[in-house]
Design a protein around this ligand. Sequence first.
Ligand code: NDP
Length: 790
Amino acid sequence: MNKIAEIFTSLDYGPAPESADVALAWLAAHDNTFGHFINGAWTKPGKTFASENPANGKKLADVTDGTAADVDAAVKAARAAFPKWSALSGYQRGKYLYAIARLIQKHSRLFAVLETMDNGKPIRESRDVDIPLVARHFYHHAGWAQHLEREFPEHVPYGVCGQIIPWNFPLLMLAWKIAPALAAGNTVVLKPAEFTSLTALLFAEICDKAHLPKGVVNIVTGEGDTGAAITGHPDIDKIAFTGSTEVGKIIRRATAGTGKGLSLELGGKSPYIVFDDADIDSAIEGLVDAIWFNQGQVCCAGSRLLVQESIEERFIEKLKKRMSTLRVGDPLDKAVDIGALVAPVQVERVRDLVKKGVAEGGQLYEPDIDVPGGGCFIKPTLITNVSTANTVANEEIFGPVLVEMSFRTPEEAVALANNTRYGLAATIWTENVNLALDIAPKLKAGVVWINSTNNFDAAVGFGGYKESGFGREGGKEGMVSYLKAKWEKELKPFVAATPKAAKSANPLDDAGGVDQTAKMYIGGKQARPDSGYSRPVHGPNGALVGEVGDGNRKDIRNAVEAARVALGWATTSAHNRAQILYFLAENLEYRADEFAARIKAQTGEDGAAEVAASVERLFAFAGWADKYDGAVHNPPQRMVATAMVEALGAIAILAPPSRPLLGSIALIAPALAMGNTVVLVPSERSPLSLTDFYQVLETSDVPSGVLNIVTGESKVLAKTLAEHDGIDAIWFAGDAETSAMVEKASAGNVKQTWTSRGLYYDLSDKAKFEGDYFLRRATQVKNVWIPYGA
Ligand code: NDP
């Protein structure tokens, strides 16, 4: 062998350590002990816990465990700072964000080293990915601050935001939370994760250096209890959380009925799909990034490899070879690929899950490579031969563990990919652009990467479908999460007119003649109520004006089933949906007199005006169907990200008691226009306008199952719908108590909710409700990243 060839075969990495000195000096300057950062100053340290370096177990600092009183002090500081901060012009706020971005860049190496020491992630990643993205986030949002009024007219900040973040991307998650919140004019109380508080504390000092007004950013360190004190604090207006789905559900329940805004970025089990025509070497390199970046502790990690059967053997062989070249070691070594997991407890958790996966039939592969002792290190791990029922195919492992399955056809790939309660991200590898763009819309995920993976940018929204949460971070969608319509802050309680008592309580009383009890409308057919009972409908003077079926759990079950069968409505063209809504409006208008009379009989009010408003509302949303669409982003990578506006799925809508027709139409029209199917519970008091509506539906080409109507007691049906896993979102217009119940019960599958909380939403107000207010709530944005440009 000649000399050069010999060098190539024996070539090895020397150590390339990054110095810890500057970070250690910063910690020492604080006596390695920290209080909270409240109202622009450090508090005296209280009861502390240790923050350790997971690569060697050494203590880095003692950090204060925040109490409820600490949280309260931070909220008070944030509240006091809010009026002045929110009153600054967007330009002025933007300049602060810009100053923060510059300071982060200036101290980027200190941030990167400190992050690596505290979290265990390779310095290559903290230096080249985390910190640059943090700076980018502040730059990007400096621009949003400046353009706020133009882009979001008549919107105001929430007020004080409570923000709780995890340990996997400590500073980056802080930036994702704080930058948009401040740009929008909110003040914040943020709690970093117990394992990784240090860069948040360094950031506090940066805020001070940027002369950020006192109290605008408050950092309270602590454990889960401190987080709970934030979510439970009565003077916080919005909660933003990133973390496990389990804690996300706890927070959903804790905030139910409080009126707090809520965004949840939760777990994932993201598919990484490789078709047989993919560029295999690139797909393997992508996979290394997808699952071994940050030791796999990434919410959107491509942790489920789905590979087409025809290339499975070759792909796995190459993958194993590549795994054997990965270097696990000291995270401060610049030549290391995989660092340490965040803490011993996480190592245990990952090992337990791997054991379970193997016990349930998976085949384990770990490369024969060196792993240092004494720290939280785990080899890159592959589990093949995994069945769909295996725990490791379903649970978020949050470690360097890839599970593999194969598929034969694109249809099977989609079915496997979507066979999860999560929906955060997905990756597709194929050289066939038609195939990639056919699959992307079929994946239930908030982010889809084509022939690439783990791309992030401040201009591109990030967030999940299903149990991966709701709300987006980044881009315009992310800004919206920190703003409220001005009028929504000024709503007054709804005072329902007390209906006159029924003239007779005898259940055998009826309108006389042949029974005309209105049935349910399910799957395009009229259906008798399962209960076999009916409910009387009384007019304004207490006289019986008709009867409807008394819907129960079984009617709801049937209606939800029908709504799910009809989900294809989302893929009919927007033009077609518009045509059908126009047709509905037209057919309703033909029968305006009849509907007007019915409204008058039920409420005594001017039915003609309500019918006219309902017709107009249907027209309005027919008009929106093909106009409320997405955007194309140009992130710094050589890619475009197409922000596609997609339907949520099956929405449960419980209409308000007042306005028997418009109350329902104002809610169903935007939902249907955007491609959702609906289970509607019309006004409990005056349901006859919607049971009359069946005939309009039948003559307007609305596909069966797209709109299902179940009459009955609103509160009871709301509970069943809120708990139903087949419902993707629920809107409830009515009293505060039932609103709170709906929000709480929705936690089961992390439904998106809109509730009126006993406040008066005047749905006849065109300025408020003919535009994007409900369109936004009827949709979610999927960002599809596509390689683009040279
Ligand atoms: P958690 O969801 O428990 O933690 C996220 C944040 O919430 C932390 O700041 C945590 O505080 C805080 N917190 C914990 N309990 C509450 C509560 N009841 N109310 C308010 N805040 C609370 O994640 P873990 O750190 O415990 O990790 C557990 C698992 O969650 C991981 O193994 C992983 O599978 C998953 N995970 C998923 C993430 C994602 O982005 N998808 C991120 C992190 C974890 P503290 O850390 O101090 O306890």
